[in-house]
Design a protein around this ligand. Structure first.
Ligand SMILES: C[S@@+](CC[C@H](N)C(=O)[O-])C[C@H]1O[C@@H](n2cnc3c(N)ncnc32)[C@H](O)[C@@H]1O
Length: 741
C-alpha cells in the first residue's frame, strides 16, 4: 500500500501517542489502496445490496466519514444549546467561502429526534483556517469537554432511540464502554431534568463492560450526566449474574428483571471502515465467524434478564450477516417467547434496508467458496469441526417464519454514514415465561461456549479492605485502548484481582453527614438515607455519593465482593480543606449541584448578576473587594465555605446570559472562587463572553494562594484525553457544572 506524506499533526498533538491510529488516517491512505478482494467477494456473495448499488456502496466506503455530533444532556439543556447552534452558529457559517469554494454549513441529521444531531463535512484545513469554522470548532471542542456535545457516529446514535426508555424503567447496557449509548440511555432516564436541576429517576441504568479499563472510561464519560440511578459493573455479559431485589413489600427476594436492554455487542466492525482504514488491509471472513458465539451468548443472557413485555435492542457496527441475522435467527429459535418488532414506521427519515433471509458463510480466508448450508460446508471441508463455524452460522430451515426483514441494515451510501445493524426484540407477555423454562433444558441451537450464569449471594461476607478510598471517576482513559470495532477477543474479567472499595450507606444520623447538611443549608427532605461512602470502615473520609432507592436496594441485597461493581450513584459532597487557619468543610461538587439543588433552601441561594459572573470568570480567586455592590456586601457577610449562587439571565457589555445559571462557590478569607473546573469555566466564558479564560497570572496566584482553598477546583478532573479524532473513545471533563445556556 502506498502512503501519502505524513502530516505534522501527530507531532503537534504530543509525539507519537496516536501513531497506530494515525498510520491509517484517511488523508494518509490513498483511495487506490482502499481495496480488499476478500471483502468484495464475501459481500457480493451475501447479496447484501442490489447489484446496481454496488459501486456507489464501495465508493462511499472510500470517502471520509462526515463529522457528526449530538447535543447531549437532559432534554431542556440540550434543546437550549441546540437553539444556539441553529440560531447563532449556523447562520454565521452560511456564507463561508474558502479558497473560492463555498463551504456548506452543518446540517441537522434528518432522522434524529428534535433535530439534536448534526453533521458537517469540512476539510481539516477549513476548520483550521476559516475564522468562522475555527470559531465553531472551538465551540464544539469546549462543549464536548463539558459534556454538552457528544461527538458520536450518526449510526451509533440509533439503538437507544428504539428502546423508548422512560424514567421509571430498569435498563441494562450489557456492553457499554466507552459509553456513548449509555449517555443516551441516561438522558432518557433523566428526561424530567430541568435546565438547572436534576431529577432522581425511579428507574436505574446498569451499565456493564467486561474490559476493566474501558469500564473506567465509561464512568468518566457518564459523569457528564451525573445520576443517582447509575451503576457500573465489570463483568462478562454472557454470564451476567442474577441480581436480587426484595419482592414487593415482603421479605422474599426475586431476580431483578429489566424493562429495556441494550446489547451493543463486540463485533468485527467493518461498518466503521470509513474511519478505521486498517480494516481495508486486514478484513477476512473469520473475523465475524469467531465473534458469532460470544454475540449469541450475550444476547441469550440479555433475554434471560428481560421482563415479559420488555424490549432489547441488539446492534453491531458490522455488515456481516453471521454477526447479525444469524445471531437473531438463533436466539429466536431457542426463545420462542421473543419476536422481532416491526419498527419500520419509526424514524421515518432513516434510510434502511431490511434484514437478510439468506447468507452464505465460509471459513475460507480467500473467499473463493461460500456455502449455502452447513451440511455443504461440512461435506467440502474435512477440517470443518476445527473451525468456529456451527449450524447456527447459517440461516435456519424456518427462516421465513422469523421476520428477519424486520432487522435494519444501514448502508453508508444511503445517507453518508457508517454501516450498521439494529434489531429490536420483545418478549411476549407472561405465558411465555413458562415456555422459556420448558425449553431451557434442550434449546435447539447449541450455543458455543455457554456457561451457567452465577447467582449473586446474599450480602453476608465482608468486602475486601483496600487501603485507600478510590473515587469512581479517577481513571485515566487509555488512548491506546482498542476502539469498539477492534475488540475481537473473548473477554476475561479475571485478569485483574477485584479491588473495588466497599459501598456503605451512611446512617441518616451520621454526625458528619448532618453537619454537612446543616452547613450547606439543605432541606429536610434531602434523601440522606441514600448517601454512601466508599472506604473499608464505612466512615465519611472524603467523598459522599447519592443513589436512588433502587440502586440502594440492589447494593444492600447483593454480594458485591462477587459482583464487580465499579461505580454506583453520583458523588455529591467532597471534603475541602480550608485555607490557612480554617477548618476543613464539605462542599457540593460542581457535578453534584444539579442533583442537590432541589434540596438547597432557596433563601440560602445567593442572587448575583452579570457583573459578578464576569468577575468570577475573569479571575481565578477574585478578591471580595473586586465585586460591585450589593453582591460585595453579601459576600463579605457570608460564613467561610461553600455557597450556591444564582446568576439570572442578563446582559453586560454585549455579552448575554440567556438562562439562569446556578454554580457553587467557595468563600475564603478575602477571596472567593467558582468551584468549577477549568474546562467548564472556559466553555462558560466562551459561550457568554466570547472568549476563553486566561491562565492564572503568577501575581494573582501568589497574592491569593494563602487564602485559596487547599484543594484546587480541578482536583476531580483527571486525564481527559485530547484526541479529537476518535469520538467514541473521547472522554470529557468529569464535572458537568455548566448547563447549556
Ligand atoms: C461495540 S463496543 C460497545 C460500544 C458502546 N456501547 C458505546 O456505544 O460506547 C463493545 C464493547 O463490548 C465489550 N465486551 C467485549 N466482550 C464482552 C463481554 N463478554 N461482556 C461484556 N462486554 C464485552 C468491549 O469491551 C467493548 O467495550
Amino acid at each position: 500500500m502506498s502512503r501519502k506524506k505524513k502530516g505534522s499533526n501527530n507531532q503537534r498533538r504530543g509525539g507519537n501517542r496516536n501513531s497506530k491510529k494515525d498510520e491509517y488516517r484517511s488523508d494518509l491512505l490513498a483511495k487506490s489502496d482502499m481495496n480488499n478482494e476478500r471483502f468484495a467477494a464475501y459481500y457480493q456473495a451475501q447479496n447484501i445490496l442490489p447489484q446496481e448499488e454496488w459501486d456507489s456502496f464501495m465508493d462511499a466506503l472510500r470517502t471520509p466519514l462526515p463529522t457528526t455530533f449530538r447535543v447531549a444532556g437532559s432534554r431542556q439543556t440540550a434543546n437550549s444549546l441546540n437553539a444556539t447552534i441553529k440560531d447563532v452558529h449556523v447562520p454565521a457559517l452560511n456564507d463561508v467561502v474558502f479558497e473560492d469554494q463555498k463551504i456548506p454549513p452543518p446540517v441537522q441529521i434528518p432522522w434524529y429526534p428534535d433535530g439534536l444531531a448534526w453533521q458537517f463535512n469540512v476539510p481539516k484545513k477549513v476548520l483550521r483556517k476559516s475564522p468562522e469554522f475555527k470559531k465553531f470548532h472551538s465551540f464544539l471542542v469546549f462543549e464536548t469537554e463539558v459534556g454538552n456535545v457528544s461527538r458520536q457516529e450518526a449510526v451509533s446514535m440509533l439503538p437507544p432511540l428504539f428502546l423508548d426508555v422512560e424514567p421509571h424503567h430498569k435498563v441494562m447496557d450489557m456492553c457499554a464502554a466507552p459509553g456513548s449509548k449509555t449517555a443516551q440511555l441516561l438522558e432518557a432516564l433523566h428526561a424530567q431534568d430541568t435546565l438547572t436541576a436534576s431529577s432522581i429517576p425511579s428507574g436505574l441504568l446498569l451499565a456493564n463492560d467486561s474490559d476493566y479499563k474501558r469500564t473506567h472510561l465509561l464512568i468518566h464519560q457518564s459523569a457528564r450526566l451525573p445520576s443517582p440511578a447509575l451503576m457500573v459493573t465489570n463483568l462478562d455479559a454472557s454470564n451476567y449474574p442474577s441480581i436480587k431485589v426484595p419482592a414487593g413489600n415482603n421479605s422474599r427476594m426475586e431476580q431483578l428483571l429489566f424493562d429495556r436492554i441494550l446489547c451493543d455487542v463486540p463485533c468485527s466492525g467493518d461498518g466503521t471502515i470509513r474511519k478505521n482504514l486498517n480494516i481495508w488491509k486486514t478484513w477476512q471472513p473469520n473475523d465475524g465467524n469467531g465473534l458469532h458465539g460470544l454475540q449469541l451468548r450475550i444476547l441469550q443472557r440479555a433475554m434471560k434478564l428481560l421482563k415479559p413485555d420488555g424490549r432489547i435492542a441488539y446492534s453491531t457496527c458490522s455488515l456481516n450477516p453471521v454477526e447479525n441475522e444469524a445471531v437473531i435467527a438463533s436466539v429466536l429459535l431457542s426463545n420462542p417467547e421473543f419476536y422481532l418488532v416491526d419498527v419500520s414506521s419509526r424514524l421515518p427519515e432513516l434510510k434502511r434496508r431490511p434484514g437478510l433471509k439468506t447468507w452464505r458463510p465460509t471459513s475460507d480466508r480467500t473467499v473463493k467458496t461460500t456455502y449455502e448450508t452447513y451440511e455443504a460446508f461440512v461435506a467440502n471441508n474435512p477440517q470443518a469441526a476445527s473451525t468456529k463455524l456451527t449450524p447456527g452460522h447459517w440461516p435456519p430451515a424456518n427462516v421465513e417464519e422469523l421476520n428477519l426483514d424486520r432487522c435494519m441494515r444501514i448502508y453508508p451510501h444511503h445517507q453518508d454514514s457508517g454501516g450498521f445493524f439494529v434489531a429490536v426484540l420483545e418478549r411476549k407477555a407472561l405465558a411465555g415465561q413458562v415456555k422459556e423454562k420448558k425449553r431451557a433444558a434442550g434449546s435447539p441451537v447449541p450455543i458455543p461456549g455457554a456457561k451457567k450464569p452465577r447467582l449473586a449471594e446474599p450480602a453476608e461476607s465482608s468486602a475486601p479492605t483496600p487501603k485507600e478510598e478510590i473515587t469512581s471517576a479517577a481513571a485515566t482513559p487509555d488512548e491506546n485502548l482498542p476502539t469498539p470495532s477492534e475488540v475481537t477477543q473473548e473477554p476475561s474479567t479475571t485478569e485483574q484481582s477485584f479491588k473495588e472499595m466497599p459501598y456503605t450507606f451512611l446512617s441518616a444520623q451520621d454526625p458528619t453527614l448532618l453537619l454537612c447538611i446543616n452547613r450547606l443549608h439543605l432541606t429536610k427532605d434531602f434523601p440522606s438515607s441514600n448517601m454512601l461512602v466508599r472506604n473499608p470502615e464505612g466512615d465519611v473520609v472524603r467523598s459522599m455519593y447519592l443513589t436512588n432507592d433502587i440502586i440502594k436496594s440492589v447494593i444492600q441485597n447483593n454480594d458485591f465482593t462477587k459482583i464487580r461493581l465499579t461505580a454506583a450513584g453520583t458523588k455529591v459532597f467532597t471534603k475541602q480543606e480550608g485555607g490557612k487557619g480554617s477548618e476543613a468543610q464539605y462542599r457540593i461538587l460542581g457535578e453534584g449541584l444539579p442533583v442537590v439543588l432541589p434540596y438547597v433552601d432557596p433563601v440560602n441561594i445567593l442572587q448575583a448578576n452579570m457583573s459578578a459572573l464576569k468577575t468570577f470568570v475573569e479571575a481565578h480567586y477574585p478578591l471580595l473587594t473586586s465585586f460591585e455592590e450589593p453582591f460585595k456586601t453579601i459576600l463579605e457577610g457570608l460564613e467561610l465555605g461553600c455557597h450556591v449562587v444564582n446568576f439570572p439571565p442578563g446582559e453586560i457589555d454585549g455579552a448575554s446570559l440567556t438562562h439562569e445559571l446556578l454554580l457553587p462557590i467557595w468563600k475564603s478569607g478575602v477571596s472567593v472562587s467558582l468551584m468549577v473546573d477549568k474546562k467548564a469555566k472556559n466553555a462558560l466564558s466562551l459561550r457568554v463572553f466570547g472568549k476563553e479564560t486566561s491562565p492564572p497570572k503568577q501575581r494573582e496566584k501568589k497574592d491569593r494562594e494563602s487564602d485559596a482553598p487547599m484543594v484546587d477546583v480541578d482536583e476531580d478532573v483527571k486525564g481527559a484525553p485530547d484526541d479529537e479524532e476518535d469520538e467514541e473513545m473521547r472522554g470529557g471533563a468529569e464535572q458537568i457544572v455548566v448547563a447549556a445556556l
